[in-house]
Design a protein. Structure first.
Length: 231
């Protein structure tokens, strides 16, 4: 499984299928791709309706024919905007698409759809995703504060990699995210959702240092947009 960082909270995860999570690309000057550069995608996942996560999901699904996966309310919005292949879910549930298991997990955050010209969509709750294929598991935390049930996510799904926000202000900062790593106990953690704007400026090396101080045996991998790791 290849996990490629596209910037902010966007990742391309490639195993037997190509998954795109939170593709905030066209309006992110730090992203390494534009939505139109993504020619192949099987599943597009959005953790919540905020523009820096839903991002270009709908355009990518239209360009590639990918299935859109999100919380139920967000899939209604996607359908209203022309998507026919959607899979709605809710916290605690798992779906399987062509051998890939996707579990929606809790995220402590808020949500709305930034485009409010269509009434009636709250955007649903924000979520995180655990994505599993064969014996590999990746936890994308979405936007969230620290919560103790991350321990359950670690115990139940044993993620190899956890993708954790460290930007603070809107999500966990480095100190909280290091503590999250302690609960999750993944082999690798990757910081995300920082340095996209001045409001979420962070030094990822500080996060690395804080995780190392906890002596978890967890490796911190700091990725620049375009970098990837393989598990
Ligand atoms: Ni958000
Ligand atoms: Mn965000």
């Amino acid at each position: 499984m290849k996990i490629e960082y596209l910037g902010h909270s966007a990742f391309r995860i490639t195993g037997s299928k190509t998954l795109i999570v939170d593709p905030f690309l066209n309006k992110n000057p730090k992203a390494c791709l534009k939505a139109s550069d993504i020619r192949k995608a099987d599943i597009v996942l959005a953790t919540h309706g905020h523009g820096d996560h839903l991002g270009d999901s709908i355009e990518i699904c239209k360009n590639t024919g990918a299935i859109f996966v999100a919380i139920h309310e967000l899939t209604l919005y996607a359908q209203e905007n022309g998507l026919t292949k959607t899979e709605g879910m809710n916290i605690g549930g798992t779906i399987e698409i062509e051998g890939i298991q996707i579990t929606a997990v809790r995220a402590d955050h808020s949500s709305c759809i930034n485009v409010m010209d269509k009434g009636g969509y709250s955007g649903g709750n924000p979520i995180g995703f655990v994505i599993r294929e064969r014996n590999k598991a990746v936890y994308h935390a979405g936007d969230t504060g620290l919560f103790k049930d991350m321990k359950l996510i670690g115990e139940l799904y044993k993620p190899d990699v956890a993708l954790l926000p460290i930007g603070s202000r809107y999500t966990m900062g480095p100190k909280e995210a290091a503590y999250a790593a302690k609960y999750i106990k993944s082999k690798i953690v990757v910081p995300m959702h920082y340095n996209t704007t001045h409001l979420i400026r962070q030094n990822p090396s500080e996060f690395k240092m804080l995780v190392n101080e906890l002596e978890l045996g967890t490796e911190v991998r700091i990725l620049e947009p375009g970098d990837y790791l393989e598990i």
